[in-house]
Ligand binder design. Structure first.
Ligand code: FMN
Length: 201
């Protein structure tokens, strides 16, 4: 797809078919994601990819059976892949302690950073992945893991210093979509809405 069309037509998918997505496809998407920019080329992020029964476990821990009846997007649970992107602050502290970056003072600790570039870089990578998936005709939903993070971390052996950014459901969109997202009716801002040329006023 032409780039402009990819960007203009991308949207979150909340209803998936059960059709599998191959590991090769996941790797192709991650191969795009690693092209994303990162501060000092630190690339301090990684993704826990869940397939098959691991996806079931993810949902059992984050959306227990008893809450599913009221859940608005039951076919979100059909997505064959869940990806959990993690940011690693320590990678940035270590990178900025290297000789070419010591002058920044950011190699002292994560607290020295006015902006957490680790979450920014992880987000850039995830956005690249979302666009790449859309270009392949796949659907994605980036969503918050509001419940069960502790158990998910324990179950999948995630080290303590990895910061969970959210979750990405990946799969083939189902032909019929469940309800739209709660924010869908909000107006998309225009270029003029977001631009402040020369001064804020
Ligand atoms: C940081 C972030 C968190 C989000 N969390 C959720 C979520 O928990 N559940 C959900 O259904 N959508 C979630 N979304 C999707 C947004 O609702 C969606 O991107 C927005 O309404 C614009 O729609 P579009 O992406 O389809 O254009 C999230 C998006 C972002 C960027």
């Amino acid at each position: 797809m032409e780039f402009v069309r990819v960007v203009r037509t991308r949207h979150m998918t909340r209803s998936f078919s059960r059709q599998a997505v191959s590991r090769d496809t996941v790797l192709q998407l991650l191969d795009l994601a690693v092209r994303a920019p990162s501060a000092g080329k630190t690339q301090g992020w990684s993704v826990l990819v869940l397939e098959g029964d691991d996806v079931k476990t993810f949902w059992n821990l984050s959306l227990p059976e008893e809450k599913r009846e009221q859940f608005s997007w039951p076919h979100l649970l059909d997505a064959p892949i869940i990806m959990l992107p993690f940011a690693r602050a320590q990678a940035y502290v270590d990178r900025y302690a290297e000789p070419d970056k010591t002058h920044t003072g950011l190699g002292e600790s994560a607290d020295a950073w006015p902006t957490p570039y680790w979450t920014i870089d992880t987000s850039f990578a995830v956005m690249t992945l979302l666009l790449g998936a859309h270009d392949m005709g796949l659907g994605t939903l980036f969503f918050a893991v509001f419940n069960g993070e502790k158990d998910i971390r324990t179950h999948f052996g995630v080290p303590e210093n990895e910061q969970l950014i959210g979750a990405v459901a990946l799969g083939w969109p189902s032909e019929t979509q469940d309800k739209k997202g709660r924010s869908a009716s909000r107006k998309r801002l225009s270029a003029h809405d977001v631009a402040h040329f020369g001064s804020w006023n």
